[in-house]
Design a protein around this ligand. Structure first.
Ligand code: PLP
Length: 406
């Protein structure tokens, strides 16, 4: 199915030979700088997905012919690629519809296999987790299956490690800490969190949705019990992701529905996830430093152009593609309205309903109401060009200044 704009290329082929995924300078579409919400699908991933829907369309559960064998092989390969990206065992890779489902499955598994079935699971979560996790543990608490306590963060969204240590010593069964924050980009010490949890007899659930494919991970060595990731954050398709855990999460949960067998796997999605992971493994080493330079260029431009602008989050331990800024007291929705048609950025997390609610992350960081009101999240991607950065910088600074003067 390869055509002129979508074709298979070797991962070593220079990116300049690839078709443009989205061009804003052509004037057709706004410059896309909301890559924490989702990423465009890499044309090379599209190629693999299309092939799994056309030439290699077999049912992976068909054992009687080569079509089934081919589809099954795609799944085996994808499993290996997911595992290789985060340095874990292929057998630990379970496919899900994305991180939200991975989180729900992991929490369900931890509850069902808790050390003391007569008591609720003791869950400790960072206060800046994604809503998918906070809502899941809250629902478990309301159902009487869990008691939840929270790890505070500082003004940069860094974990209060003393509080974390104290809570672990007091007794905990499951620690949930994200690897990187989806709003302000702060990175978390996953290895240290998993070690401290294990020393205190607790399991860990790491939401690695934003970190995977950007920062090298060693999930098995770090002793992470459950790790979730999602293809659409790493230039793969939506609706597919993985829960990585040595536990047989599906077998254990399906055991309650005796006699029910697994359904037909989403082979195109799974193959796309595998290819996205393969490309990230090979290319993150060159993509990430480039995005970091572009991010710094944009940051410098905005700080020069807009008086009193503040950068939120940790300035050192931070995702290379993240820039989170505030023009205190300048309403962010009015800034976004001015940017519409020019630059796509956001005020924060894109929640399931699409509704904008005050950010629990910025509140947990203790930022002033004025800083929260002016918050803007900018997320660069691997297809972002220097020209787009310069053009977006001019638009964003102009929109903020114009809104401030209005
Ligand atoms: N966790 C984090 C940190 C995220 O950024 C997201 C998506 O925004 C999710 C979980 C949910 O992922 P999915 O869309 O794959 O369900």
């Amino acid at each position: 199915m390869a055509n002129d704009s979508i074709r298979a290329v070797s991962a070593n082929e220079p990116m300049t030979n690839l078709p443009r995924v989205h061009s804003s300078l052509s004037g057709a579409k706004p410059i896309y700088l909301d890559h924490h919400a989702t990423t465009p699908v890499d044309p090379r991933v599209v190629d693999v997905v299309v092939s799994a829907m056309t030439t290699r369309f077999g049912n992976a559960n068909s054992v009687d012919h080569s079509y089934g064998d081919e589809a099954a092989e795609l799944i085996v390969n994808a499993r290996k690629e997911v595992a290789a990206l985060i340095n874990h065992d292929a057998e630990a890779v379970h496919f899900t519809s994305g991180s939200t489902e991975g989180i729900r499955l992991a929490v369900r598994h931890a509850i069902d296999s808790r050390p003391n079935p007569k008591s609720p699971l003791r869950i400790l979560v960072s206060s800046v987790e994604h809503r998918a996790l906070l809502d899941t543990v809250r629902a478990a608490e309301l159902a009487g299956e869990a008691v939840v306590s929270y790890i505070p963060v500082d003004y940069c969204a860094r974990l209060d490690l003393d509080s974390f240590q104290r809570s672990c010593t007091n007794g905990v069964d499951l620690v949930c800490v994200m690897a990187a924050n989806n709003e302000v980009g702060t990175l978390y010490p996953v290895e240290e969190v998993a070690r401290t949890a294990a020393e205190n007899g607790a399991r860990t659930l790491i939401d690695a949705t934003q970190m995977v494919g950007r920062v090298p991970m060693h999930a098995a060595k770090w002793g992470v019990t459950y790790l979730v990731l999602s293809a659409h954050k790493i230039y793969g398709p939506k609706g597919i992701g993985s829960l990585v855990t040595p536990h047989a999460v599906f077998r254990d949960s399906h055991a309650s529905i005796a006699g029910v067998s697994d359904g037909t796997p989403n082979v195109p999605g799974i193959a796309g996830l595998g290819e996205a992971c393969r490309l990230r493994r090979i290319e993150m080493v060159s993509d990430e430093p480039r995005m970091l330079m572009q991010r710094e260029r944009l940051r410098t431009h905005l700080l020069d152009a807009v008086a009193d602008l503040v950068v939120n989050g940790d300035t050192s331990a931070r995702l290379s593609n993240n820039l989170h800024i505030s023009a205190p007291g300048v309403p962010n929705d009015a800034v976004l309205a001015r940017l519409r048609g020019h630059v796509a950025i956001s005020t924060g997390a894109a929640c399931m309903s699409g509704a904008q609610t005050p950010s629990h992350v910025l509140r947990a960081m203790g930022l002033s109401a004025a800083v929260q009101e002016g918050a803007l999240r900018i997320g660069l991607g691997k297809f972002t060009t220097d020209d787009e950065i310069d053009e977006a910088g001019a638009h964003i600074s102009h929109a903020v200044l114009a809104t401030r003067e209005a």
